[in-house]
Write a new protein. Structure first.
Length: 187
């Protein structure tokens, strides 16, 4: 039973998403909601993210939506202070809303960005503090999630009970097909 789950995936630009209204975001959110709900049914208590743009903030929105009805909490462990300071205003507003509504927020490094080591430490720290990883990932496009997966595999080598769960592009495509099948009048 997983009680504390790290969740990550691609940044929006790695998915070719440059608009907050992109239709793909809703499918990504649905895929994570479906998986997180199954974890909640099995005793999940915490979802832990680092607050990066893209999948992590979309997952945070999902958790904040369902936490009123289900016993789930959102923890955000940022890699460094003020990670959002160079983001555009709409992304900062979303980030600030999520940070204000999370159940726990802290920064791993108590300094602003200095170098990439802070990002590696964030990956390692979050993996060490969790019992499993759920990640949106495609082997053909490793991108930034690969760094989390590398840390998770190292932990799994030491602790075989550490699980790595994947949401794949095929899972997202299945949701699109299901929706089209349910509402063929939209064809």
């Amino acid at each position: 039973m997983t009680k504390v789950l790290a969740v990550t995936g691609y940044k929006a630009h790695e998915l070719g998403i440059f608009d907050d209204k992109h239709k793909g975001i809703s499918y990504i959110k649905k895929a994570f909601e479906k998986r997180i709900m199954s974890f909640i049914d099995e005793g999940l208590e915490w979802v832990i993210i680092s607050g990066q743009l893209g999948v992590e903030l979309w997952v945070a929105e999902v958790v904040l939506q369902i936490k009123n009805q289900y016993p789930i909490q959102l923890g955000i462990l940022t890699p460094f202070l003020n990670q959002e300071k160079n983001w555009n205003e709409s992304k900062q507003q979303l980030y600030n809303y999520i940070m204000a509504n999370a159940d726990f927020v802290d920064s791993i490094s108590k300094k602003e960005y200095e170098n990439p080591i802070q990002l590696r430490l964030k990956n390692k720290y979050i993996i060490e503090k969790t019992e499993a990883l759920l990640v949106l990932y495609n082997d053909e496009n490793p991108g930034s999630p690969r760094f989390y997966i590398d840390e998770a595999m190292k932990k799994q080598a030491r602790n075989p009970s550490y699980e790595i769960y994947y949401i794949t592009p095929e899972d997202i495509e299945d949701l699109v097909r299901e929706e089209l099948y349910e509402s063929p009048s939209d064809w």
